[in-house]
Write a protein that binds this ligand. Structure first.
Ligand code: UFG
Length: 333
């Protein structure tokens, strides 16, 4: 039986496909390649190019393959873009989930692991954030993912489709051998932007705000390595295969780093000076996001291997040095 990975050509999806293959799973990938890269997909996976919202196409994949469970990454994930184009996010993310669950229900597939986000919490009420904390998103991206969690909940009630929602905090790094990594166009995330400056592709980093109520005035985030994150999806799938109930889990390191600290760590990891300046706050940025990941450790047995942010950045730098222009299929998106 096969595991179907939707969005398996994206950053986190491709690392998860790779780990699944390394662990001996039979893997099927669906991706529309709007933001994903075909070269990121492990060659041992069977790839179908198409859109999650295309019910006929998706049903065809389920007809052809013997799917035991689904891992669903296929979504847009740029917060500022979601503020400008909310309907694009509800259509692709939330709409895509409805089609997927319909097709799963039609084909009697009862397990789904879903990439949710810390953005479903909005401005946290307490630090570290627990899974039981209120979910009040402050942007359409987070709202689209929260709606997806709720749709899964009601599909569980009605059809018995069990789910695990993994709420990621800040993901960074690349496969340590440097063969796959992060390649977004345009890039909006802190670590890859810092590495573009280190590589001389950008003049300098602009840090968005230094007047927050944090240790050095810059935002604090919780960084987790992409391979550790990928492994959490495999644990979640195994958890569902054992017949366990639907659950949500935070995935972070439980340690906060400020943007200034990340910059300093990147200077150490790359040996480059990385010029930076202060700029105004970016709309919608919560001051501090740190996860309590105790639940994932206890229930899933998740044991992240990367606990040093410099080591995380080094793996991203290794990918960057080997692939200065990212993957070869350049496109604007
Ligand atoms: N930042 C800068 N300069 C830049 C880019 C980012 O200072 O050029 C700062 C941001 O303001 C923020 C921090 O770096 O303080 C991290 O920003 P990212 O864009 O890398 O990540 P976010 O924390 O905004 O977003 C992450 C995920 C989202 C998720 C969100 C939850 O990437 O998918 O956490 O709030 F929605």
């Amino acid at each position: 039986m096969a595991v179907l990975v939707l969005g398996g050509a994206g950053y986190i999806g491709s690392h998860t496909v790779d780990r699944l293959v390394e662990n001996g799973y039979d893997v099927v990938v669906v991706d529309n390649l709007v933001t994903g890269h075909v070269d990121a997909i492990n060659k041992k996976a069977r790839f179908y190019e198409g859109d999650v919202r295309d019910k006929e196409f998706l049903s065809g994949v389920f007809d052809k393959e013997d799917i035991e469970g689904v891992i669903h990454f296929a979504a847009f994930s740029v917060v500022p873009e979601s503020m400008e184009k909310p309907l694009k996010y509800f259509d692709n993310n939330t709409g895509g989930m409805i089609t997927l669950l319909e097709v799963m229900h039609d084909h009697d597939v009862k397990k789904i692991v879903f990439s949710s986000t810390a953005a479903t919490y909005g401005e946290p009420k307490q630090i570290p954030i627990k899974e039981t904390d209120p979910q009040v998103p402050t942007n359409p991206y987070g709202e689209s993912k929260l709606a997806m969690e709720k749709i899964m909940h009601w599909s569980d009630m009605a059809y018995g489709i069990k789910f695990v929602a993994l709420r990621y905090f800040n993901v960074a790094g690349a496969k340590p051998d440097g063969t796959i990594g992060e390649d977004h166009n345009p890039e909006t995330h802190l670590v890859p932007i810092i590495l573009q400056v280190a590589a001389g592709e950008r003049k300098e980093l602009t840090i968005f705000g230094d007047d927050y109520d944090t240790k050095d005035g810059t935002n604090v985030r919780d960084y987790v390595h992409v391979v550790d994150l990928a492994d959490a999806h495999i644990l979640a799938l195994e958890y569902l295969k054992k017949g366990n109930d639907s659950q949500a889990f935070n995935l972070g390191s439980s340690t906060g780093f400020s943007n200034k600290e990340i910059l300093e760590a990147a200077r150490e990891a790359t040996g480059k000076p990385i010029p930076a300046k202060m700029g105004p706050r970016r709309a919608g940025d919560p001051s501090t996001l740190i996860a309590s990941s105790e639940k994932a450790r206890e229930i899933l047995g998740w044991d992240p291997q990367f606990d040093d942010v410099r080591e995380i950045i080094k793996t991203a730098w290794n990918w960057k040095v080997g692939h200065p222009n990212g993957y070869n299929d350049k496109k604007g998106n």
